[in-house]
Design a protein around this ligand. Sequence first.
Ligand code: FMN
Length: 337
Amino acid sequence: MNPLDRFHLKHPIIQAPMAGVTTAEFVAACTESGMLGSIGAGYLDAASTRNIIRAVRQLTDKPFSVNLFVPDEPVFDQQDVRRAYEALQPIGEQLGLPFWKAPLSEPEFDGQLQVVLEEKPAVCSFTFGLPSMETMQALRQAGILTIGTATTLEEAAAVQSSGMDMAVLQGSESGGHRGSFAPGGPLVPLDDLLQQAAGSLEIPLIAAGGIMSASRMRELLHAGACAVQIGTVLLAAEESGAAPAYKQAVQEAADDRTVITSVFSGRPARGIRNTFIDRMDGAPLAPYPFQNDLTKRLRKEAAARGDAEYMSLWAGTGVSAAGSGTAAELLSRFLDS
Ligand SMILES: Cc1cc2nc3c(=O)[nH]c(=O)nc-3n(C[C@H](O)[C@H](O)[C@H](O)COP(=O)(O)O)c2cc1C
């Protein structure tokens, strides 16, 4: 039984939650096109999470999902953070910011959960780990469908044991942050992960990572997935909030120039290789989320200058197949391919 059936989606496709580039217009356009749209709320505070849920509701009355980052408890070491800041300074200088303020973020997870329980989106998905049993129970009582993210068979089994309704299997091809429960887990390609999970788990599976065509989608549905989740193929949509230089880099990537790197945030994520990644190779990094906090102002400055060499250009291995147009046009091209 596929829990997504209750939503009568036109296509068995979830628009990947994409924190940092999500706009209400993008989520609503994807939802209206027949996919399950997802708000990537990972970097938002509770009030902004509520605002974007309400903004999507102004634009569509169809069901959609909200995605949250499950926080771990990083150890704050002043020396580590200072060293990481100093390692970034040559790049800051180049961007006209020899010194910049880098306020450290506080987890907003509990406040966001409260908003989700009050606003009751149809679906709530999680990445970077699993919420507590109490949270799972509260979500179930609120009638919210739950989805956990797994990058290995062990994580998928943990998603199943936690009581989640479904698991996203995030293959190593995926763009953006790896949803691993802890950084540094093994890289498992989607086909292997799906084969392992379909053979041993009961929970319905959603396949993600490098899916750029309907023929690839059909292959994965045939191999046991009940839906797919697509991100990179929709990233440069007109409604997406990605900066213009980012969209251009995604559209121009002629081949797979993506790598997995921790230099922007302290957590492994796949993106288009650029000068920032090369210059920071081997440099001391602060753990997530502190590295993310340290680089935020620099990435913002690079985006304002239209300089893609110093921005985080998250994208999956299929990036060369990403095009431009509205979300509806991109979906229709995906379905024809
Ligand atoms: C720009 C970007 C941001 C992302 N942000 C999130 C996020 O906030 N939460 C999440 O669970 N996954 C996030 N992901 C991963 C996607 O959910 C999904 O696993 C991935 O896009 C699938 O691979 P593909 O990009 O090759 O289609 C992000 C991916 C991208 C490209």
